[in-house]
Design a protein around this ligand. Structure first.
Ligand SMILES: Cc1cc2nc3c(=O)[nH]c(=O)nc-3n(C[C@H](O)[C@H](O)[C@H](O)COP(=O)(O)O)c2cc1C
Length: 370
């Protein structure tokens, strides 16, 4: 049997196979970010589908800044009880669960104008054109503490770890980026300065959760545009993350929805792939650090995943849209039905009624019938 179904560890977290549900905002929490029956059902179904680790959708760490509708919250202690129920449910089904924590920032068009949105500098987000407020030192300290407090709550709720969202043009990614970060203080300029926010968040989280609690970081391989964060810089960031003790690094990109149209294109010397868009980038990093590397994006075929596992040091494979389409995909593959996933990568899974696979009609009806 391939290594894909063997046990391994991320930090002290024992995983039964190499498949991860990539963080996926479900748009099914209440207006204040609280759990609903639909959400419990989705997580139970994923755990039953034999994915080793589920990463939650991004959870907001401060009450006043919610970048999207229906996302889960982690901004005060009122969440602990309901998340204890969630983590128990997942554990009962022999899976692990990590909470993804995020400060959204300007990559949003949701309720813009109704709240203050922080950014490193006053530079519009390229996709949304949303402009943020350049953060003061007090505001930076506030966000650093909020990440740490949200992590404490995750730990008390029974989550097996936390994932810091430092990718996809959200706040931390923007601090890393020379395009978005035009600061002239100790948070801007050199890569060391641009990394400072991420490193401070990590250090503050560690102070609160201790050395043994798994902390994962999701990064963008490259910003894939002139003047943005380059892959060469991301490689250096990964070295630093290894040095400070991060437990796993997820190598992603910020081109979802259009990645399929970019297949075959080269950026920073490596190519966007048909199967596993960013796996060439993940492979390079996996050769340079001993921290487990997770690849995400465009993984739909078990044969291709096996080949990547055989030929690279990438240890884990995270999927989002495929598991919206088929939550029991990993079980199906493990049981020997190796047909590719029923996912057209159309990215129409974000809907106002919640995020689910609109192509897979049967499943749509099932969810609508809750
Ligand atoms: C509906 C939807 C919601 C998503 N929500 C998140 C999220 O909350 N946090 C995150 O880091 N990525 C999020 N993503 C991106 C995925 O985690 C993943 O990186 C991307 O979809 C590529 O993987 P895939 O080809 O397996 O879908 C989301 C993607 C989709 C389709």
């Amino acid at each position: 049997m391939s290594t894909l179904y063997t046990e391994s560890r991320i930090g002290n977290m024992l995983l039964k196979n190499r498949f991860i549900r990539s963080a996926t905002w479900e748009n099914m929490a209440t207006e204040n970010g609280h759990m609903t029956d639909k959400l419990y059902a989705i997580y139970e179904e994923l755990a039953k589908g034999e994915v080793a680790l589920i990463v939650t959708g991004y959870a907001n760490i401060v009450e006043e800044e919610k970048p999207n509708a229906g996302m889960m919250g982690m901004y005060n202690d009122s969440f602990i009880c309901e998340y204890q129920k969630l983590t128990e449910l997942v554990h009962q089904n022999d899976a692990k669960i990590v909470m993804q924590l995020a400060y959204g920032g300007t990559k949003t068009t949701f309720n813009v104008g109704e709240r203050v949105i922080y950014a490193p500098s006053e530079v519009c987000e390229r996709g949304t054109q949303t402009l943020g407020k350049a953060m003061t030192q007090d505001e930076i300290d506030y966000i650093v503490r909020a990440f740490a407090q949200a992590s404490r709550r995750a730990c008390e709720s029974g989550f097996d770890g936390v994932e810091i969202h430092a990718a996809h043009s959200y706040l931390i990614n923007q601090f890393l980026s020379p395009y978005y970060n035009r600061r002239e203080d100790s948070y801007g300029g050199s890569l060391n300065n641009r990394m400072r926010l991420l490193l401070e968040i990590y250090a503050e989280i560690r102070k609160v959760v201790g050395d043994n609690y798994p902390v994962l970081v999701k990064l963008t391989a490259s910003e894939f545009f002139e003047g943005g964060l380059t892959f060469a810089e991301t490689r250096l960031i990964c070295q630093k993350l290894q040095a400070i003790g991060v437990d796993a690094i997820i190598i992603s990109g910020n081109i979802h929805g259009k990645a399929d149209t970019m297949i075959g294109e080269c950026f920073d010397g490596y190519k966007i792939q048909q199967e596993g868009y960013f796996h060439e980038y993940g492979h390079v990093i996996s050769e340079e650090v001993s921290v487990p590397v997770i690849t995400v994006g465009g993984l739909t075929d078990i044969n291709a995943i096996e080949e990547i596992a055989d030929k690279t040091n990438i240890q884990y494979f995270a999927l989002s849209r495929p598991l919206l389409s088929e939550p029991d995909l990993i079980k199906r593959w493990k049981e020997g039905d190796r047909a590719p996933v029923d996912c057209e990568r159309c990215s129409k899974c974000r809907t106002k009624r919640g995020n689910f696979c609109v192509v897979n009609k049967e499943r749509k009806l099932k969810i609508a019938g809750f």
